[in-house]
Design a protein around this ligand. Structure first.
Ligand code: PLP
Length: 388
């Protein structure tokens, strides 16, 4: 009875494991859950207050499908301030989280059979959304340190290539694409008339490096680039469901038209909250990022010398991507089997690399407090020792 489209859809494995861990927790087992894709901080107070004020002020009705003018203006100001990008409010669309914004972008840009290049390891949502839009995902398997270079792309370009997906800093690896490579990738897009969807949702969660928006690096590439971003990670606003895209008027108008027949935009209250997130104090963001950095350093230091693991220091986001290939074999043939055994034997939940098109790896989220992390590390080390 279900359509082929839905039958072929792979449910999010990150959510699946998190659900399993939560089910075990509900039966009384104390789970160390290192699967989270969201900050363990509360949404900053000033943002919550703005939302309450929005209700009191009666902002509880339908709004423009593109998002409220004030918010779209604040987004353009943010882009100028942080990313050296010049856009006008009519080149901005606000939606129900970055996930829905991406869905809309693929629906608007992808014709049946169009090829969309996705470097892996990757967040699997891109692949599923490309398929839903009738596109064909073309996977490029990157090697450690998983930093995309323009030369990686060249051999995958065909006449059917329509879009390249970039995610920097990257979920799950934390890798950041180098500025010089971004410029080369932008040139390649212009030369071959290919669009770039740049998912910059982790831009604020970056440590030693500086974030560059690819659309700011080559003026002639601007019309080929759709920059997407959101509030979930930087402002701990995952539940508010709000994200946005900026790009050429034509693409943005296509996305707004789709919104008029699907979502009618996102919640009014979330939009006023997001307005405060951008215009209010940025101190809570800095505090969260410095806390993430402490945890990253602690986690990396604790695991880098662990026998049987290869560990890379993440440059951004809040994940550590570990190579567990040397531990795979008869007992645990895949990273999924390894992660399931870790959950059953040590009650530690991590996400296996298969969820990111990267078999042989696991992702540890450090969007959790240091105490939980330190217990988790001890348990992971014990699991490794017991399985040598
Ligand atoms: N893009 C990436 C790379 C992500 O990891 C996530 C969430 O995990 C999202 C987008 C979605 O964020 P949102 O909550 O804004 O839909």
């Amino acid at each position: 009875m279900l359509t082929k489209r839905i039958k072929q859809l792979q449910p999010s494995q990150t959510i699946a494991l998190d659900t399993k861990a939560k089910q075990m927790q509900a039966t009384g087992i104390n789970i160390i859950n290192l699967t989270a894709g969201e900050p363990n901080f509360s949404t900053p107070d000033n943002i919550c207050r703005a939302a309450k004020q929005a209700i009191d002020d009666g902002h509880t009705h339908y709004l423009p499908n593109a998002g409220i003018e004030k918010l779209r203006l604040a987004i353009t100001q943010k882009l100028k301030r942080d990313n050296n990008l010049k856009y006008t409010p009519d080149e901005v669309v606000v939606g129900v989280g970055t996930k829905q914004i991406l869905y809309s972008a693929f629906q608007v840009l992808c014709e049946n059979g169009d090829e969309v290049i996705v470097p892996t390891p990757t967040w699997s949502t891109y692949i599923e959304q490309i398929k839903l839009a009738g596109g064909k995902p073309i996977i490029i398997n990157l090697s450690p340190p998983f930093k995309l270079k323009s030369t990686d792309l060249a051999k995958y370009l065909t006449k059917k290539t329509k879009i390249i997906v970039l995610n920097s800093p990257c979920n799950p690896t934390g890798a950041v694409i180098e500025k010089k490579e971004l410029i080369k990738i932008a040139r390649l897009a212009v030369k071959n008339k290919i669009y770039i969807i740049a998912d910059e949702i982790y831009e604020k969660i970056i440590y030693e490096k500086k974030h560059y928006s690819i659309a700011s690096l080559l003026p002639e590439a601007k019309n080929y680039i759709l920059t997407v971003n959101g509030f979930s990670k930087a402002y701990a606003m995952t539940g508010w469901r709000i994200g946005y895209a900026v790009g050429s008027k034509e693409i943005i108008q296509g996305m707004i038209t789709l919104a008029t027949q699907t979502t009618s935009g996102t919640a009014s209250i979330s939009q006023y909250a997001a307005l405060e997130a951008l215009n209010g104090s940025q101190k809570p963001v800095q505090k969260m990022v410095s806390e993430f950095k402490k945890r990253r350093d602690y986690l990396y230091k604790s695991l880098k010398k662990t026998k049987m693991l290869d560990t890379m220091k993440p440059e951004g986001a809040f994940y550590l991507f570990l190579n567990v290939k040397r531990m795979l074999g008869k007992k645990y043939p895949t990273a999924t089997a390894w992660a399931e055994a870790l959950l059953e034997k040590e009650n530690v939940a991590v996400v296996p690399g298969e969820a990111f098109y990267a078999p042989g790896y696991i992702r540890i989220s450090y969007a959790t407090d240091l105490k939980t992390l330190s217990i988790g590390i001890k348990k992971i080390k014990r699991f490794i020792k017991n399985n040598l």
